[in-house]
Ligand binder design. Sequence first.
Ligand code: ADP
Ligand code: MG
Length: 147
Amino acid sequence: MAKKTYLTKTPSETKKLGQKIAKTTFPGHPIALIGDLGAGKTTFVQGFGEYFGLKRITSPTYTFIKEYKVTSNLSENTVYRVNHIDLYRATSTEDALSLGIKELLYDPLAWTLVEWPELILDLLPKKSVIIKFTVKKNNQREITITQ
Ligand code: ADP
Ligand code: MG
């Protein structure tokens, strides 16, 4: 298990880190994003999406799940997906499961990113990536990635 810590000074640096992680992670390996409200989770996902040419990703707080079809240079004729899940408003693990997120977490053709993953941490495949966001002084964010 490798652990790496980054310090970003601006939202655009956090987006850049998201792009870098998009480039270096694989479909089928879910990404759990842990951190307080405003810590930068959605900003990171926006950068992640930009790597795949997705513009203006917004938080699925009220819809829980957004799915985007993307292409990848991993395989030219395959339709991949980026799934953006936000469980901020989920009230129980059953509630989260009723949304069908288990299928998304185990989809071998999808990068699935989960904000507020606390309720489903036990359901994550072992190969998941865990990213923790902490607010530091002067708008800085400490971002620790374990994979
Ligand atoms: P979350 O999804 O964790 O609730 P958001 O990404 O929606 O957080 O919001 C982060 C907020 O913090 C945005 O308003 C963003 O502009 C601001 N911000 C300031 N500095 C940073 C930084 N270094 N990285 C990410 N966001 C930052
Ligand atoms: Mg968010």
